[in-house]
Design a protein around this ligand. Structure first.
Ligand code: ADP
Ligand code: MG
Length: 744
């Protein structure tokens, strides 16, 4: 592979470039640019076609244009209403014009007299003179901090470029787009030919340009059109590295995997269950409802995989209320019926308690073989462990897990502490995975390997437990592939029969809010329940707790006077939380004023009203989860979203919530609104993994990247035949991940 590699470029400091001394290097460092590699992957965010640049003298009023002009005078003043106004007089050598900025006082500092800048905007006439109002500005040659570059050779050269790349300049670091561009250009010229780790055959097949061309054209395209294939290639590389890491991780897990071969068969999901012999069949036979087709399919897939020779790594996706819990319980019982144990891990104490009670109710009456007992059976044992479990209880529970008398354990992170040992951990279910890290997953796996039965060289010595991850709300396909690409997917795409849809109302006005409270009152009169969720207050959890407490008082004195109100927030001791949930469940306090602790998993079928205060502050996934707390029976239900939705995004979220209740559709809207930045975890060290690639727009590239990653690693799980690719990948991995993927 001839040419320079990215790791090589990453070892060349920016100080090797012309004109980058200590001061500039420090400024670049503040932008995260330390090496030539960093510089070359700092992409322009826009291009200016200078062939469309016009001379002021030629422009007619009303023309939209790009003007390269020098500031000759600056005046800052205030309007009659006290709003800042900055006025510039600029001249481009052919004619002059005025530039006016409203409410942008900082422009006076950005554009002192002598600055050369590009102004994009529409040319108007004001009192006989040409004028641009609030144009877009790019400083080309600054005054002061950027002085040194003003007449550099590079700067001169760039004036001949037709398409001018515009980089995010940093006033704080004192760097102009112009300077960055000059260094990029020098770096490209001096780097010469770049190594291309993507095999030629794949490159051709996917119609991608080579890397040298791509890096050149993304920075210095000959035309605006030439930038597109360059971007495409570089976006592919980003997605490809991500998929490679994920596929390699899966292969590494499979490589030294010893699966527990569970004693379950796919047919057990199908029935008829009457008089069934296995634990799973008895469980399914006892359910008060028929499974949905989607639940049955999911179980069949899970059972087949659990019985198979490879450890299961699956992501179970389903909309709120699609019945993921039943699927998870069936899988846990499939582990138990073979003599193993199951663990269900959840992110919060409230949810752990919820799940614990729900599971206990679901498996009530089931028993497992116990030769030591009269009748040869004992009741199935489910235990709860959280950080609040008392020392004595914890001790007892740990003994039970270690001896195997506890079959299923539900818990929070507290499950991961060292004193928790299993007799034979066969399946780990992780609910609401978005709050769990990869490390924690590995920790749990290791608990399986260290099981007592394993240490005793039992039948599944050192085996890895199977893993089932469940997401709280659906995530878009592309995001799932980017984040959970090391997991296989199974989707519950069907809701149980007989659910009446939740009527969602965005109550932006005072009157609309009054109607929401009236609904709460009338539903309570009918014997139903209502949630009132208070906004998330930024900052401390204590402030949040206070705000629900205040709201409780306000409601008790006002709109909900005479109704018994309960309180639930994360700061309460767990016994009080449990009590609050119990009193809500049995109707003693039919209204629960809560923080988002009720967001996940709470299952009270009589709840028919969800009021979300200041709903604009919540994200779509949260709102969808909150709405999912009602409409869990055949009773008609309502969700009221209070507040005006101050920002455009907030308004768009609330409007989407009213428009649809399909979690998969909302997930797409969410991705659209938030962008993908927040979707990927902090897997890669410092470097953000998707800069050019977009999970929204580049779904096809993502599929292609996945396909190539699978193909290249199929017979080569540590990329021995593609050392260039492996080296490049290392550049993006943190040390733990690197050690895991490339342990040799
Ligand atoms: P989620 O997928 O949001 O976690 P849950 O597993 O909490 O949903 O299930 C929501 C509710 O639906 C629970 O009360 C559960 O008992 C019920 N449920 C699950 N499966 C079915 C089904 N096939 N038919 C009817 N109700 C079901
Ligand atoms: Mg759930």
């Amino acid at each position: 592979m001839p040419g320079r590699t990215l790791p090589q470029l990453a070892r060349i400091p920016v100080t090797r470039l012309h004109g980058v001394g200590d001061r500039r290097a420090k400024a670049l460092g503040e932008l995260g640019i330390e090496s030539v590699f960093d510089l070359l992957t700092t992409y322009p965010f826009r291009y200016i076609d200078r062939s469309r640049r016009a001379d002021l003298a030629d422009l007619a009023i009303g023309d939209e244009a790009v003007i390269l002009a020098t500031v000759r005078a600056v005046r800052a003043r205030r309007s009659r209403h006290g709003r800042p106004i900055v006025e510039l007089a600029v001249h481009d050598g052919t004619a002059g014009m005025n530039v006016v900025f409203f409410n942008q006082a900082w422009r006076a500092r950005q554009l002192p007299s002598g600055t050369e800048a590009l102004f994009f905007g529409t040319v108007d006439r004001f009192r006989g003179d040409r004028q641009m109002t609030n144009p877009v500005v790019d400083v080309v040659v600054g005054v002061g901090a950027a002085d040194g570059a003003a007449d550099s050779e590079e700067a001169q050269r760039r004036r001949t470029l037709r398409i001018l790349p515009v980089y995010r300049a940093s006033a704080k670091a004192g760097l102009s787009s112009w300077e960055i561009g000059a260094w990029v250009e020098e770096a490209i010229r001096r780097a010469g030919l770049l190594a291309d780790p993507l095999p030629e055959s794949w490159r051709r097949q996917l119609g991608l340009v080579g890397r040298t061309r791509a890096i050149h054209d993304v920075h210095l395209p000959g035309s605006i059109k030439a930038a597109a294939p360059a971007r495409r290639r570089l976006a592919f590389d980003e997605l490809f590295r991500l998929q490679l890491a994920l596929v390699l991780r899966r292969r590494a897990l499979e490589a030294d995997a010893r699966a527990v071969r569970h004693a379950v068969s796919p047919g057990e999901a199908i029935g008829p269950f009457g008089g069934g012999a296995t634990l799973v069949q008895r469980f399914l036979a006892g359910l008060p409802f028929p499974l949905t087709g989607a639940q049955r399919n999911a179980m069949e897939r899970l059972f087949a995989e659990m019985a198979g020779p490879l450890p299961m790594h699956r992501l179970l996706q389903g909309d709120v209320g699609s019945g993921k819990t039943v699927v998870a319980v069936a899988a846990l019982l499939a582990a138990v019926q073979g003599g193993h144990q199951g663990a269900l891990m959840v992110p919060t104490e409230v949810l752990a308690e919820q799940h614990f009670f729900a599971l206990r109710a679901l498996v009530e009456g089931l028993s497992v073989p116990d030769p030591g007992r009269l009748g040869g059976e004992r009741p199935l044992e489910i235990a709860l462990v959280t950080s609040r479990t008392g020392a004595a209880d914890r001790q007892r529970l740990c003994e039970g897990l270690e001896s195997g008398t506890v079959d299923i354990v539900v818990g929070t992170h507290a499950l991961l502490t060292d004193d928790v040992q299993f007799h034979s951990l066969g399946l780990v279910v992780i609910d609401e995975q978005h709050r769990f890290g990869v490390e924690q997953r590995a920790q749990l796996r290791d608990k399986g390997r260290a099981s007592v039965a394993a240490r005793a060289q039992g039948p599944c010595a050192g085996a890895d437990p199977d893993l089932l991850v469940m997401t709280a709300t659906p995530i878009p396909r592309t995001a799932a592939m980017a984040r959970f690409g090391d997991l296989d997917m199974v989707v519950l795409d069907e809701l149980p029969q007989g659910r009446s849809p939740v009527e969602t109302v965005w109550a932006a006005t005072h009157d609309a809010e009054e109607r929401a409270w009236a609904r709460v009152r009338s539903e309570v009169r009918r014997g139903h329940r209502a949630f009132v969720v208070c906004p998330l207050v930024e900052g401390s959890a204590r402030i949040q707790a206070r705000s629900v407490t205040d709201e409780l008082v306000r409601l008790a004195d006002g709109p909900l006077r005479g109704i018994a109100l309960g309180l639930l927030h994360g700061q309460m001791p767990s016994s009080e939380k449990e009590q609050a949930m119990a009193r809500f469940r049995d109707g003693a306090t039919p209204v629960l004023v809560a923080t988002t602790v009720v967001e996940v998993g709470v299952d009270v079928p009589e709840a028919t009203v969800m009021v979300v205060e200041d709903a604009g502050r919540f994200g779509i996934a949260q709102l969808h989860q909150l709405r999912g707390r009602v409409g869990r029976s055949d009773l008609p239900s309502w969700c009221y979203l209070l507040g005006p939705g101050e920002t455009d995004d907030a308004a768009a979220r609330l409007a989407a919530m009213v428009r649809t209740s399909d979690g998969f559709e909302l997930a797409d809207v969410d991705l659209e609104l938030r962008g993908e930045g927040t979707i990927l975890g902090a897997r890669q060290k410092g470097r953000s993994d998707l800069v050019l690639a977009s999970l929204r727009r580049d779904g096809d590239l993502l599929d292609a990247a996945r396909c190539v990653a699978e193909a290249l690693t199929a017979d080569d799980p540590s990329l021995g035949a593609h050392p260039g690719l492996a080296d490049e990948l290392r550049l993006f991995l943190d040390p733990d991940e690197e050690a895991f993927l490339f342990k040799s």
